[in-house]
Design a binder for this molecule. Structure first.
Ligand code: AMP
Length: 281
């Protein structure tokens, strides 16, 4: 496994391989890797000749400076996990490599960026789109892997690929969870043991919401009841709980079995902001 820090070096390694018509996959990450990331990597390994993983804590997608400063960084453990998973190339750029000058272009995603993560994290999807576009340009993958864990981000990436006609396929991998249901997340490393237990409320809330809806109960009542469960604890602060239509991510008022819908949640456990979602089949 080769680890490169510079774009020029990365291109030099990739060029001859591309000439031998090898398919290249890219798994963009921010490091502090866990089995969720490795699941993406394994799928990429299965479907392509050459697997490239990027590890870059992208400063411009953080709207909260303390979240950026405290984002876990575990590079040597990450590299060991990637080596064991059979990755060929790891791209670990410095900030100055990705942002030699301040970026002036900006992306707008219309209605998609006005709801949920877009509304609560202004500028977040612009930052994601800029870094992912840069990675696509630099690496020119045939396949790019993203997790369902960041469901709205998947829609943003699909829009980006469509509008800019990137010549690649987007692959989406289901959310990997702990045995009790907690979605794996790099931010879980910041939770104390008590907070770790509280964090499970996100998944429990999604499961209850789904089962109430599938029983035919109204979303308005279900949401109100579940939101109530968060009110009593300052350690566990709900930001949103929404039923959404997955084609445009607009919050929906009721279950529509004929449409693809999901339930999305974001909540703070102490200072750590977590998100999760569940798709209604
Ligand atoms: P991150 O390092 O958090 O930016 O995540 C990198 C990629 O891994 C994103 O496409 C995430 O959606 C995906 N990912 C993060 N957590 C999980 C998980 N628990 N299961 C599956 N994919 C995940």
């Amino acid at each position: 496994m080769e680890v490169v820090k510079q774009i020029s070096e990365l291109k030099k390694v990739l060029k001859p391989l591309r000439g031998h018509s090898k398919s290249v996959s890219l798994v963009p990450t921010m490091g502090a890797l866990h089995q969720g990331h490795i699941h993406l990597v394994k799928q990429a390994r299965h479907e392509s000749d050459l697997v490239v993983v990027s590890i870059f804590v992208n400063p411009i997608q953080f709207n909260n400076p303390s979240d950026l400063a405290q984002y876990p960084r575990t590079l040597s453990a990450d590299l060991k996990l990637l080596e064991d998973a059979g990755v060929d190339l790891v791209f670990v750029p410095e900030n100055s490599e990705m942002y030699p000058s301040e970026v002036q272009v900006a992306f707008r995603f219309g209605a998609l960026e006005e709801v949920l993560e877009g509304a609560f994290r202004p500028g977040h999807f612009n930052g994601v789109a800029i870094v992912v576009s840069k990675l696509f340009h630099i690496i020119q993958p045939d396949l790019a892997y993203f997790g369902q864990k960041d469901l709205q981000q998947v829609s943003v990436i699909r829009r980006l690929v469509k509008d800019l006609q990137f010549d690649l396929q987007v692959r989406v991998v289901p959310t990997v969870r702990e045995t009790d249901g907690l979605a794996l997340s790099s931010r879980n490393l910041r939770l104390s043991p008590e907070q770790r237990l509280q964090a499970l409320s996100l998944y429990k809330c999604l499961e209850s919401a789904k089962s109430e809806l599938l029983k035919g109960n109204a979303w308005f009542d279900t949401k109100k009841q579940l939101e109530g469960g968060f009110d009593h604890s300052k350690e566990l602060r709900l930001e949103y709980l929404e039923l959404v239509d997955l084609d445009d991510f607009r919050p929906a008022e009721k279950r529509k079995p004929e449409l693809k819908q999901g339930i999305c949640i974001a909540a703070y456990v102490g200072e750590v902001r977590l998100i999760d979602n569940i798709i209604l089949d």
